[in-house]
Write a protein that binds this ligand. Sequence first.
Ligand code: BTN
Length: 244
Amino acid sequence: KEIVVYDEVESTNSKANELLKQGYPSGTVVIADRQTKGKGRLGRTWISPSGKNLYMSIALKPGIPPKYATLLTLTSVVACTTALRRYTDIPVMIKWPNDMLIDDKKIGGILTEMKIEGEKIKSAVVGIGINVNMTEEDIPEEIKDIASSLKIYKGEDFSREILIVEIIKEFDKWYQLLEKRQRKTIIDRWMQLSGTIGRQVKIVLADRELVATAEAIDEEGRLIVKLNDGTYEKICAGDVTLLR
Ligand code: BTN
């Protein structure tokens, strides 16, 4: 297995993409100590200081149809959350689609970038960011209420190296299930780890906002919600806030 480690990159996602183009094999892992242009979902910035957190990307050539693209992200978040729970013993939860939360505060996220050609996913990069040893002082004022880290929760430092090993092990296992089309196993595990299902959520879509109860996810990874009038909707993309 190829694991490439850098002190500094703009973004491990961009680096992983370059390496794939240069002919590195599917499964190559890119890790950096810090990022100068860390990318979050929905065009946001991912704060990436040196020495404290985990920034890693896995470059893949998945053999799954584009229809199941979201499942790749769900598979990754299942793997990361399982690894985090095993190593730290903290009850980390998933918020749809791919946020990792402790006490409803975000400690990690996943950004998947894909190239789709016709009926195939040509390449995919799964980017994982986890706030490991960040302290309260390291977190910008604007996101103090919604962001946290393993250290802030537990009051102790964690090893990035151990976490990396655990994540790679779990990722291999869950990715194999995905390639073998074991979608139900992945979705069942996602639901077990999810703090979203059963909760009232606010969803901000491109053109409107919804308040509804999160009921389940379907086999393509869409969130199924029940509106107050009793009707159901399937959500593909959007920003979800947990209400109660
Ligand atoms: C999110 O917005 O929740 C996703 C955050 C993903 C951050 C990680 S850090 C490693 C990888 N490289 C990036 O530029 N982003 C992802």
